[in-house]
Design a protein around this ligand. Sequence first.
Ligand SMILES: [Zn+2]
Length: 83
Amino acid sequence: MSNNDILLGIELRCCPICGKEHNVEIRKRKTEIKIKDSMVNYDEKYYKCTNVSDDEDNEYISAKMLDENLLEAKDVYRNKKDY
Ligand SMILES: [Zn+2]
């Protein structure tokens, strides 16, 4: 597990991982994506279910989050190109 992920907050929502409604952690971490021909480092947001152990698949990204992550990556990409 990476140690550069940061807890942003918690949100009460229906969790698709354990199938219950509970406080899910909102976290972010540095990640890399390839846009066109360059690698872009950006902050990716994701939800983490604390009802299952770390050995299991306990992370997911909602459709809204996916959009936000993509926008963030494109922003970084644009800024990078300006320099
Ligand atoms: Zn859960």
